[in-house]
Design a protein around this ligand. Structure first.
Ligand SMILES: Cc1cc2nc3c(=O)[nH]c(=O)nc-3n(C[C@H](O)[C@H](O)[C@H](O)COP(=O)(O)OP(=O)(O)OC[C@H]3O[C@@H](n4cnc5c(N)ncnc54)[C@H](O)[C@@H]3O)c2cc1C
Length: 417
């Protein structure tokens, strides 16, 4: 038997285990490894602090989503040894492979920011990128009686780059409902020169921040957190005081990647942007947040990548040319509060522009316009995630290749990274 080994049973690894179990020849044995028995629906962390989702909504037993054909090993992963085609588990056991898929995602690294894990951490400063962080922030938002609520993005790239913006919009909505908005200053501090990485979307979202009275501190590169003075300080010595700090710390690939000497300075794995093959070794493939690809780190992206990767690995198994190409397609709903939302659709080459999705001129979703349907689409993503996306089923009418139909493209607006 030949061996296909998948590292990480999050969004990307689970999809790959399902698609490969359906499609790989019977001469392939499939094993998938993850350290935790719970599968978390990370997009749901955004909604927990506002009481929209509960803890129960965002977690389910991991095994429920894995195919019976694949052997599931619950274990930490210590190291990948590309030269020996083997992986060492936390307990020292070694697993050999013919083909390896790395889907170990990325983690927040609050320790990278001087003072962030100081005395305020978990009390006045929180994250919502982990289950524990979202839980603590939920309690803090419940207790909130007004003051200065500061949202900070430490540096890019981060997973779901629109999530901090959504947090600001939802905080505006939630505090308005509770009669606390007038007693709260919401401050959005970002290292970018605007609301988002892509210029056309950024202009529209900047305008919305202004409309909602959210103060924006742009080009703010955080240097440290002063826990005694309760303020964040940028490298150019600007100070932003907070009563509650909602931090999106540096995002990095897992430490396993560093231990395996396979990553860049943020532990993301250099990956061929078309075939999703690791640049270092031809029998290693990378998917999801673990890659260094210049597109969003998002569940929707992992799903589009999986369609490409499945076909490419099947070709590789047969010794054939890998013909599928990933175009960087990302599709992200942005919750904007008060029951409305936006939708972005873009790829490596094309930045988000207005239009309709998935059907040209019809929609029903509006691209870069604020609609109720987009909000409902965002909420429906939870159902799609648990019931279709993890199984690796195609999402109806949505191809892994981005469609240019229905998009209003001014002078072919090109994507910035
Ligand atoms: C707040 C928030 C909001 C988001 N909103 C959206 C959204 O609206 N839409 C969207 O599409 N995406 C969204 N995302 C992003 C989405 O959740 C991720 O992009 C997606 O989960 C990436 O999948 P992945 O498989 O690459 O990584 P993960 O799903 O994170 O899986 C990685 C897995 O690897 C395992 N692992 C890592 N290292 C080791 C090790 N050393 N040993 C053993 N196991 C290991 C982990 O336990 C984990 O299960 C959001 C994310 C967050 C945090």
């Amino acid at each position: 038997m030949k061996k296909l080994l998948i590292l990480g049973a999050g969004t990307a690894g689970t999809i790959m285990a399902n698609t490969m179990s359906r499609k790989a020849g019977k001469d392939w044995e499939i094993t998938i490894v993850d350290q935790s028995e719970v599968h978390y629906y990370q997009p749901g962390y955004l909604f927990m602090p506002f009481g929209v989702y509960t803890e129960k909504d965002v977690q389910k037993p991991r095994k429920k989503f894995l195919p019976s054909r694949a052997t599931y090993r619950q274990s930490g992963i210590e190291q990948i040894c590309p030269e020996d085609n083997k992986v060492i588990l936390a307990g020292g056991e070694e697993l050999g492979y013919d083909i390896l898929i790395v889907g170990t995602g990325c983690r927040i690294a609050p320790e990278e920011i001087d003072g962030l894990t100081g005395s305020d951490w978990g009390k006045r400063s929180h994250d919502f990128y982990t289950f524990e962080g979202a839980r603590k922030l939920t309690a803090a938002m419940k207790d909130w009686q007004g003051g200065r609520l500061v949202i900070n993005i430490a540096e890019m790239p981060i997973k779901c780059p629109v999530a901090p913006l959504e947090f600001a919009f939802l905080a505006d909505w939630y505090l308005t409902q509770r009669g606390l908005r007038e007693k709260t200053e919401i401050v959005y501090t970002t290292p970018l020169s605007g609301a988002f990485t892509k210029p056309v979307a950024s202009a529209i979202l900047n305008h919305l921040l202004e409309e909602k009275g959210i103060i924006v501190e742009q080009d703010f590169a955080i240097g440290s957190v002063d826990n005694e003075g309760h303020k964040i300080v940028s490298w150019d010595e600007r100070e932003v005081p907070y009563d509650l700090l909602v931090s999106v710390p540096t995002n990095m690939g897992d430490r396993l990647i560093e231990r395996s000497n396979m990553g860049d300075e943020l532990n993301f794995i250099p990956t061929n942007r078309d075939t999703l093959q690791a640049k270092a070794k031809e029998n290693i493939f990378v998917i999801g947040d673990a890659t260094d690809l210049p597109t969003s780190k998002a569940g929707s992206v992992a799903h589009f990548e999986a369609e490409v990767l499945t076909e490419n690995i099947l070709s590789y198994m047969k010794g054939e040319e890998m013909e599928e190409r990933f175009d960087g397609h990302a599709n992200c709903f942005i919750e904007s509060g008060f029951g409305k939302g936006f939708l972005l659709d873009f790829n490596y080459e094309q930045e988000p522009v207005p239009g309709h999705f998935p059907f040209p001129h019809v929609g029903p979703f509006g691209l870069l316009s604020q609609t109720r349907l987009n909000h409902l689409g965002k909420l429906a993503f939870k159902y799609v995630y648990w019931h279709m996306l993890l199984k690796g089923y195609p999402i109806p009418f949505v191809d892994h290749r981005m469609s240019y139909l229905g998009k209003k493209i001014p002078n072919k607006a090109k994507a910035s990274a």
